[in-house]
Design a protein around this ligand. Structure first.
Ligand SMILES: NC(=O)c1ccc[n+]([C@@H]2O[C@H](COP(=O)([O-])OP(=O)(O)OC[C@H]3O[C@@H](n4cnc5c(N)ncnc54)[C@H](O)[C@@H]3O)[C@@H](O)[C@H]2O)c1
Length: 258
């Protein structure tokens, strides 16, 4: 049987890496697009783990903020595999600051990567999937795309926007065999959260005094990357998940109001 192909932005580490391994374990070849260098230690280790599972891995240095990079990366993926079954628009960054403290540069950065980068990923995903007449697009937002969070205005603006993009694209793609949905996870144990600025943000939010992220992980509920991968894989492959489009699935650990 012909192998299927998943393309993941931000695939070098964190959730993107976990998604790549999940798909690779289950018979997919993988395209990993990340701004990190494929020859760097982190990205190389990810590719090796995927190849150990018997899957092909195409690792491309690619910044989601660059149209040239993204166009070339999708072309390379198409030329290499001739199909793109699933696209996971996962690349993202976070920064912190009360709304009145934020600079233009801070706002621009998160909007460029998390929102416009997701649109650019979806644009090329839709262009290629329309050629083949099928596909699944999965956009990664956040529970911060479902409610407001102090000090996360940049992130909330971008992640709410991702849901609007998903809903619009879902309507545009009606009847094409392509569906697009959003996953909204709450906190996940990844390098994104393993910084002092993230710990300071959690301390501010909770009134706690964790000295580092290890201590924070011991006390604050976090999802594991595999939790998100299970949902992303189900969205990308199950028959049931082909029957709806434009939806937001919250993996919220009970943080959302009913
Ligand atoms: N970790 C969390 O708590 C959490 C919660 C909800 C949603 N998310 C979202 O999940 C997604 C994955 O985050 P993560 O937790 O794995 O973060 P991470 O920082 O661990 O990994 C992000 C990956 O994206 C890559 N990347 C960053 N900017 C890029 C760019 N401009 N172009 C290409 N690649 C880029 C990084 O190099 C890295 O490999 C993000 O969209 C994030 O906003 C994270």
């Amino acid at each position: 049987m012909e192998r299927k192909v998943v393309l993941i932005t931000g695939g070098a580490m964190g959730q993107g890496k976990a998604h790549a391994l999940k798909f690779a374990e289950n018979g997919f070849d993988v395209v990993l697009a990340d701004m990190q260098d494929p020859d760097g230690e982190v990205f190389r280790a990810t590719v090796q783990e995927i190849e150990k599972l018997g899957a092909k891995a195409l690792a491309v240095k690619c910044n989601v903020t660059s149209d040239d990079d993204m166009k070339a990366m999708f072309e390379k993926a198409w030329d290499t595999f001739g199909r793109i079954d699933v696209v996971v628009a996962n690349a993202g960054v976070i920064n912190f600051g009360y709304t009145w403290e934020l600079t233009d540069a801070q706002v621009q950065k998160v909007i460029d990567i998390d929102l416009i980068g997701t649109w650019r990923t979806d644009k090329y995903a839709a262009l290629y999937m329309r050629k083949q007449g099928f596909g699944r697009i999965i956009n990664i937002s956040s529970t911060s795309g479902m409610y407001g969070t102090p000090q996360l205005a940049t992130y909330c603006m971008a992640k709410w926007g991702v849901r609007g993009l998903t809903k619009t694209l879902a309507q545009e793609l009606k009847g094409t065999g392509i569906v697009v949905n959003t996953v909204c996870p709450t906190k996940v144990k990844t390098p994104m959260c393993e910084t002092q600025s993230y710990v300071d943000f959690i301390n501010d939010l909770t009134g706690k005094h964790f000295k580092d992220w290890q201590e924070m992980y011991d006390s604050v509920p976090f999802l594991d990357v595999e939790d998100i991968s299970d949902m992303v894989f189900w969205l990308g492959t199950s028959r049931a998940a082909g029957q709806f489009s434009g939806r937001d699935l919250g993996l919220d650990l009970g943080t959302l109001q009913q």
